[in-house]
Ligand binder design. Structure first.
Ligand code: UDP
Ligand code: MG
Length: 317
């Protein structure tokens, strides 16, 4: 017997959930045809939804005991949802996927084969197109991936989704990484293990709306950079060296000019501009340091990553 946990973070997904449930149970039945020893659990993480998501899940549980849930006390974000899912999962394998059908269940058999028969620790998916996404968003996403891969040891794949199956060993490793500021894509890249990449074309969400605003994505990108690279901290050093070099040559230039031409230094406005520039750079560098400091501050509080209000296990005992 082996158990596969399907982990689904849900935030206001009452429209998409019935579609998702139908699709995943269909795939599950097909997979059990191929692998008769395979069992499933569907673990829904209700991320503090303000709509009826939890009651939809509870209704699913009434007719299908393979459904389990964890409901958060408020919205903690998808990262917290993924973490909670991996923590509560009982499976020998776990797969994390979105509730909106953007992660096609059809890929699951191949992913399962990779971790059971082909000896991989994990199989992950990446979309090769970003069709149907606002162009500006795609552009920024691309810039972000290029930047972070230059700056970080964790290799983070462009277009990688959080749709990933992994072995128990990998689940336990991730659950042990208790950082409060989570960037799961970076964590996967950082811990290593053998990963098989499966590619697919972008699919648009089946119902409901995306939960990510541009601003939320921007903050998420910063989270990734600050969480997995300390390169921005070196920026201050770099600017410092650069500025000193410029100043040094400036001084020599002025002295020589004074000696040869005898012209007293003039230029009040250029002076002000230079001072403003330097003050700006200094504030910018302090801001960068401040970002790291604030993350460190939050990290040292050791707050829980999520707070569960109810779980299916508790509700029924
Ligand atoms: N999600 C979540 N908490 C949040 C935001 C999103 O659990 O605060 C879930 C959401 O319900 C969905 C998945 O994360 O299952 C991906 O969200 P979405 O489809 O809105 O993101 P996109 O696919 O547009 O990147
Ligand atoms: Mg989506």
């Amino acid at each position: 017997m082996s158990l596969l946990s399907v982990i689904v973070p849900c935030y206001n997904e009452k429209e998409a959930l019935p579609f998702f449930y139908e699709a995943i149970t269909k795939t599950a039945a097909e997979m059990q045809g191929t692998w008769p020893d395979l069992r499933f659990e569907f673990l829904f993480i209700d991320d503090g939804s303000s709509d009826d998501t939890l009651s939809v899940i509870k209704r699913l549980r009434e007719k299908d005991k393979r459904v389990r849930y964890v409901s958060f006390s408020r919205n903690f974000g998808k990262e917290a949802g993924l973490y909670a899912g991996l923590k509560y999962a009982r499976g020998d394998y776990a797969v994390t996927m979105d509730a909106d059908m953007q992660d096609p269940p059809d890929l699951l058999p191949d992913m399962y084969r990779a971790v059971t028969e082909e000896g991989y620790d994990s199989a992950a998916t990446r979309r090769v197109t970003r069709k149907g996404e606002p162009p500006l968003r795609s552009l920024f996403a691309r810039i972000f991936y290029r930047l972070i891969n230059r700056m970080s040891a964790a290799d983070i794949v462009d277009g990688a989704r959080d749709y990933r199956i992994m072995t128990r060993r990998m689940i336990d490793t991730i659950v042990d990484m208790r950082e409060y500021n989570r960037f799961t894509k970076g964590i996967y890249g950082w811990i290593g293990f053998d990963t098989k990449w499966i590619e697919f074309e972008n699919v648009e969400r089946v119902a409901g709306e995306t939960k990510w605003s541009f601003w939320k994505l921007f903050k998420y990108a910063l989270e990734g950079i600050i969480g997995f690279s300390t390169v921005p901290l070196s920026i201050a050093t770099l600017f410092g060296i650069l500025m000193s070099a410029v100043a040094f040559f400036g001084i020599i230039f002025i002295i020589i000019k004074k000696l040869i031409i005898g012209d007293p230094t003039s230029g009040w406005s250029s002076m002000v501009c230079i001072m403003l520039l330097i003050a700006g750079i200094q504030l910018f560098c302090m801001g960068v340091i401040g970002q790291y400091l604030s993350k460190t501050y939050l990290e040292t509080k050791r707050r829980p990553i999520f707070i569960a209000k109810t779980t299916s296990d508790e509700d029924e005992t």
